[in-house]
Design a protein around this ligand. Structure first.
Ligand SMILES: C[S@@+](CC[C@H](N)C(=O)[O-])C[C@H]1O[C@@H](n2cnc3c(N)ncnc32)[C@H](O)[C@@H]1O
Length: 227
């Protein structure tokens, strides 16, 4: 998401954080995120832009609560291949999509920069290899994945898409659930599936107050990597 858009669209919970919280981010995360913030920005705009990063790294259990009440639409899960050898979940969070890949693959690798989210994922899915890393430079070999997936994490970002392609084996699939700008992917020839929106299941009121209205993922775009 563009910086200005992230500032504008920060959920109401941004007020929960302070500029001191930004300084508490792990150093590598702080450097990665501050690289996209223009010089001289006021603290309030920085906090708004970094809202999601602050949640993932400082309050991972809050993200996990949200993810548990925003289940991925079952039509999208059914559209994913099964009987896969190695599947990869990039930006795996606490494992909302990863748990679905486990039932469809012999082995699953989850890449996630937040140590707190990796800890939740590993506790819940001990058979999954959870590794630290960024989508822009995946710590994985070329062509190692037969299903490279992500949910709610990326959009039409050339360095990220190049990495997803690099790690996917010829004939393998890249599948992005709820990508930013799904219309861009469709125009580029990706297959797009839009399921009817489903209401979030019954959930505690604080989730809406903190994150805004819940919106369970209901879009999928897929692309086969040339064999
Ligand atoms: C909206 S959450 C989605 C988590 C999970 N995929 C799910 O569907 O529940 C986005 C995730 O992407 C991770 N993330 C953000 N930027 C990333 C990047 N550049 N590379 C890899 N992961 C990233 C965040 O830490 C967070 O866990």
């Amino acid at each position: 998401m563009e910086y200005a858009e992230a500032v504008e669209q920060a959920p109401p919970g941004w007020r929960h954080f302070t500029i001191e919280d930004v300084a508490r981010l792990p150093e590598a995360v702080w450097r990665h995120e501050m690289a996209r913030i223009p010089d001289g920005e006021p603290g309030e705009r920085i906090i708004r832009a970094l809202f999601w990063t602050l949640v993932y790294h400082l309050e991972p259990e809050k993200w996990d609560q949200l993810a548990r009440h925003e289940p991925i639409h079952p039509d999208l899960i059914h559209a994913l291949p099964s009987g896969v050898d190695i599947a990869l979940d990039v930006g795996a969070g606490s494992g909302r999509l990863t748990q679905q890949l486990v039932t469809r693959s012999r082995r699953v690798v989850a890449v996630e920069p937040s140590a707190g989210l990796r800890a939740i994922l590993t506790r819940r899915l001990p058979a999954v290899s959870a590794v630290a890393g960024w989508a822009e430079s995946l710590p994985l070999e070329d062509g190692c994945s037969h299903l490279t997936a992500a949910s709610g994490a990326f959009g039409p970002d050339p360095p990220v898409l190049a990495e997803l392609r690099r790690v996917t084996a010829p004939g393998g699939m890249i599948a992005l659930i709820s990508p930013e700008s799904p219309e861009w992917f469709e125009a580029e020839g990706w297959l797009r599936i839009t399921a009817p929106p489903l209401q979030a299941p019954h959930h505690p009121a604080w989730l809406d107050e903190f994150f805004g209205p819940l919106d369970p993922p209901h879009e999928l775009v897929t692309m086969r990597v040339d064999a």
